[in-house]
Design a protein around this ligand. Structure first.
Ligand code: G1P
Ligand code: ZN
Length: 558
């Protein structure tokens, strides 16, 4: 292996290593998914460097061997990648795996970490947040299993950022990332890889590409995939159009742009408007889908039919036999706490455990590593299996293509079948954005204080059966996470959850999750939005939303 590497690598270029004195920056605490800030904050001299050096400082010397580096291609990605590569060289990493042009979708980064047995990876993204000089940037560290680092690590990184006094960086020489090749700088071998090919190969091993290809050529399958000018365009074109033979043009907005075309690459009914309009037409394809800035989220639609992420997860679980990856069964499944209980009912039917974790993909990592679950999801348009340790947008679309093909049903019929078999969770999330942080904290603090007293109270005919603040104990490593959201359960099986967003970069966002459950009857009668509207009013009342924040209705409903 070493010999081979040596042969492929060009001549070693020695770079000068410099130690730069620095001072801590306030607030480098990773949130739900890494450190996210406005670009201008990241552009401050030393800001990115402090965080990266803190990650390296937290790694034991033997864990500074192989590192994967890449990002979603947003504004500032290229500059940040070069800084990180130079710092990794200065910190004596032996091998760096970097995507061409520094591009890696988040699931592809997770795949590369696992495939190359790296010690971890630095993934640059602010996910679905808009990009550009005045917009957002982000960085997170993933561990050796390809999972976003657990809180024990992110807390240690944060602690390091508070005392850091120097960072190391290599100067001079070129860092050429514009093509696949291998080169060496000092003691570090840098391999620039084609992640589209690597990711496609993984998908080929999980799904039956031959059958899917026949599905497209026979006209049984058709697709519109909106890449939203973000990272998935090249992956989607290769997989859906080239490998599976979807009609040319099935992938729209396929060219990744630094500012995502000025759009908001959040695959939901509000932001994936072009897709939704297309799916409302008479000649709409069978399946409509979209992914986000870094390729980990997914939106699934049918003709005039929105598949809520919670239902998508439950439907994949119910129909797992359509997916070759799950040929040996699911073993167990997991959902984040605010995600609807549709998955729980399917798990019960399948007689497998269903785990409930706090919000954020990192909480699934241990369960996946321990083989306790093989399918996980979040209501925030995130679904994935045990093939990587991130949510995976394109993978979810391949699941749905497989479901449609093997069941012979449309997305709308697959949903009907799910509801008939296990009941329906009418589910909506109300986001109250742009709230003053002090007010948002006050709302959550007040709710926390009164939570136990809510029991037995009635609001608009909904009476509280039980209410608590969600705490989680990881059954693999016994770590505990507290204050993970306020849950209010009602007698009729309905539920309201409140929590603060941990991914924003300026003001606060209060998320209110609403669920009503119907086990029998006519499931198509009501839209989820209508079915949960009264619960939304109850949520505003209980939380004194309008009194505290001045807001009378949510800014976004998904
Ligand atoms: C949001 C979602 C959460 C997801 C995260 C990263 O976090 O709610 O499910 O894991 O983005 O994509 P939040 O802003 O709610 O903290
Ligand atoms: Zn994302």
């Amino acid at each position: 292996m070493n010999l081979l590497r040596h042969k492929r690598g060009a001549t070693t270029v020695n770079m000068k290593i410099r130690s730069i004195g620095t001072r801590p920056f306030e607030g480098q605490k990773p949130g739900t998914s890494g450190l996210r800030k406005k670009v201008a904050i990241f552009e401050q001299p030393g800001y990115l460097e402090n965080f990266v050096q803190s990650v390296f400082n937290v790694l034991a010397p033997q864990d500074r061997d192989t590192l994967v580096i890449g990002g979603d291609g947003r504004y500032y990605n290229d500059q940040a990648i070069e800084v990180i590569v130079r710092m990794a060289i200065a910190n004596d990493f032996k091998r760096l795996i970097v995507g061409v042009n520094g591009f890696l979708s988040t699931p592809a980064a997770s795949l590369l970490i696992r495939k190359y047995q790296a010690n971890g990876g630095l993934v640059l993204s602010a996910s679905h947040n808009p990009a550009g000089p005045d917009q957002d940037f982000g960085i997170k560290f993933n561990n050796a299993s390809g999972s976003p680092a657990p809180e024990s690590i992110t807390n240690a990184i944060h602690a390091n950022t508070r005392t850091i006094s120097e960072y190391l960086i290599a100067e001079g020489g070129d860092i050429e990332l514009d093509r696949t090749h291998v080169f060496t700088r000092n003691q570090t071998e840098i391999e620039v890889v084609d992640s589209v090919t690597e990711y496609t190969e993984l998908m080929q091993s999980l799904f039956d590409f031959d059958r899917l290809r026949s599905g497209f050529s026979e006209g049984v399958l058709s697709l519109c995939f909106d890449a939203m000018h973000a990272i998935t365009g090249p992956y989607a074109r290769e997989i859906f159009e080239k490998q599976l033979g979807a009609a040319p043009g099935s992938v729209i907005n396929a060219e990744p742009l630094q500012d995502f075309g000025g759009g908001h690459p959040d695959p939901n009914l509000v932001h994936a408007r072009q897709l939704i309009e297309r799916m409302a037409k008479k000649d709409a394809p069978l399946l409509g889908a979209a992914s986000d800035g870094d390729g980990d989220r997914n939106l699934i639609t049918g003709q005039n039919c929105f598949v809520s992420p919670s239902d998508s997860l439950a439907a994949i679980a119910l129909n797992y036999q359509c997916i070759p990856q799950f040929a040996d069964g699911l073993k167990g499944v997991a959902r984040s706490m605010p995600t609807s209980t549709a998955l729980d009912r399917v798990a019960k039917k399948l007689n497998i455990p269903c785990y409930e974790t706090p919000t954020g993909w990192k909480f699934f990592g241990n369960l996946l590593d321990a083989g306790k679950v093989r399918l996980c999801g979040e209501e925030s348009f995130g679904t994935s299996g045990d093939h990587v340790r991130e949510k995976d947008g394109i993978w979810a679309v391949l699941c749905w293509l497989s479901l449609c093909l093997e069941t012979g049903k449309s997305p709308a019929d697959i949903l009907q079948d799910l509801w008939q078999q296990t009941g329906r969770s009418y589910y909506c999330r109300h986001d109250y954005e742009g709230v003053d942080a002090d007010k948002a904290n006050q709302l959550i603090d007040d709710l926390t204080d009164q939570v136990t007293a809510l029991k037995g109270e009635s609001f608009e005919g909904f009476s509280v059966e039980h209410a608590d603040v969600f705490s989680y104990r990881d059954e693999v490593d016994q770590s505990e996470s507290h204050n993970q959201g306020i849950r209010i359960f009602f007698n009729d099986g309905s539920r309201i959850v409140f929590r603060l967003s941990g991914t924003g970069t300026d003001s606060a966002t209060i998320r209110v999750y609403l669920e009503r459950v119907q086990l029998t009857g006519d499931f198509a009668a009501e839209s989820a939005q209508d079915a949960t509207a009264l619960l939304g009013t109850v949520a505003r009342k209980i939380s004194r939303m309008t009194e505290i924040t001045g807001m009378t209705e949510p800014t976004v409903i998904t």
